[in-house]
Structure formats: structure tokens, C-alpha cells
Design a binder for this molecule. Structure first.
Ligand code: HEM
Length: 188
């Protein structure tokens, strides 16, 4: 493994291992709790929505839009957004804030999923959704740690960032998309 210039390879290995361990611990902790606790089967709050499903589907969709802003701003900052010029000064704060708000918006959704329903294994869609959800918080923890650890190789930021994005799209596709394409359920 090649570290950044001036950073010994052993340090880069240690930083990558620490990041992967933290990611696995975060994902496993959520997954084990979701599996072993007794699901409450009720919402904690509905903030004006008619049910838990509606609350979660809309909040997840708001988070999805913010996640798209995240990816577009990240690509622009890394000079990979086709047709875009040099990154303006407001781009890094927009990236940081859209990411922070997206994360905060996912918390009440995942809280309802994990606390109220748990890790459900009855259908492949719902099982995949739960696994993606646990993985998402693991990848997010890795990304946040990667921003602060010195000595990580250059790929160690875009890799968890891309994983967070891919997992969120998968979470949304296995939950909110399913909700919006079902008929006979109130939308709000
Ligand atoms: C960022 C994290 C997450 C988001 C944005 C999210 C989003 C959603 C949404 C919008 C729904 C409603 C649609 C539906 O009922 O299918 C849902 C349902 C559900 N979620 Fe999550 N979720 C997340 C994490 C999790 C996790 C970590 C678990 C469990 C380990 C989980 C388990 C479930 C279950 C069991 C359902 C019900 C599925 C069904 O019976 O149809 N979710 N989730």
C-alpha cells in the first residue's frame, strides 16, 4: 500500500485498518441491536405525517436530494465534474453542510427503522434494506474518521464517500421508491 508522500507505509496501513475496524464496529453494533431487541412496532413521533411509512419515505427522499448535492459538489471539488470550471470558495462549505444536514435527516428515519421494526429477514428486499442501512452508518463513520486521520492513502476519502453514496441509493431504492410506487397508500 502506498501512503501519501512523506507518510510511511506502516502508518498508512494502521490508519486504513483503524478506519475499517471502526466502520465494521458501527455497522455491527446497529445490526446486532436491530436483530436482538424487541421491536416497539410504533412510531416515536410523526411530525404531521399520517404514519411512520410516510414520515420515513419523505425524510429519506429529502436526504437523497442532499446526498446528490454531496456527490456533485465532491466531484466538482476533485475536478471531476464535466464542464465545471475551478471550484468556487462556497463549494466546500456547501459540501460540508449538505452532508451534515443529510446525515441529521437520516437519523429519525433509521431510528424508527431500528427501534420500531428491527432487522427483518422476511423478504429479500427488506433484508437487503436493513443490511444496507447498517452498512451506511459504518461507511459514514469511516468517512468521518478518514477526514481526521493523518496518513491515509489518497483513495481513502473517495472510497468511503462513494460507498456512502451507493449504500444510500440502495437504501432509498429498497424502501422509499417501493413506497412511492405502491398504490392505495396515502402519500402524506
Ligand atoms: C439511512 C438509513 C435508513 C433509511 C434512510 C431508511 C429508510 C426507510 C424507509 C423510507 C422505509 C419505509 C418504506 C418501507 O416500509 O419499506 C424503511 C422501512 C424499513 N426499514 Fe429502513 N432505513 C434505514 C436504515 C434501516 C436499518 C439500519 C434497518 C434495520 C437494521 C432498517 C429496517 C427497516 C425495516 C424492517 C423496514 C420495513 C420494511 C417493510 O416491511 O416494508 N432500516 N426504511
Amino acid at each position: 500500500m502506498v501512503g501519501r508522500p512523506g507518510i510511511p507505509a506502516s502508518r498508512a496501513r494502521l490508519a486504513v485498518t483503524a478506519t475499517l475496524l471502526v466502520a465494521a464496529a458501527a455497522a455491527l453494533t446497529i445490526g446486532v441491536y436491530a436483530k436482538v431487541h424487541r421491536p416497539a412496532l410504533r412510531p416515536l413521533f410523526l411530525i404531521g405525517f399520517s404514519g411512520m411509512l410516510q414520515l420515513k419515505a419523505w425524510l429519506a427522499t429529502i436526504a437523497l436530494l442532499l446526498v446528490v448535492v454531496q456527490v456533485a459538489t465532491a466531484l466538482w471539488m476533485w475536478g471531476r465534474l464535466p464542464g465545471a470550471g475551478p471550484a468556487p470558495g462556497w463549494l466546500p462549505p456547501l459540501h460540508r453542510w449538505s452532508g451534515s444536514v443529510a446525515f441529521v435527516v437520516t437519523v429519525p428515519v433509521a431510528l424508527h427503522c431500528v427501534w420500531s421494526l428491527g432487522l427483518v429477514t422476511t423478504t429479500p428486499r427488506v433484508l437487503a434494506h436493513g443490511i444496507f442501512g447498517c452498512g451506511f452508518y459504518g461507511a459514514y463513520a469511516a468517512k468521518m474518521l478518514g477526514l481526521r486521520l493523518r496518513g491515509l492513502p489518497g483513495w481513502a476519502l473517495p472510497a468511503p464517500g462513494g460507498t456512502v453514496f451507493a449504500l444510500f441509493i440502495s437504501i432509498w431504492a429498497t424502501s422509499a421508491l417501493w413506497f412511492f410506487t405502491r398504490s392505495g397508500v396515502p402519500l402524506l
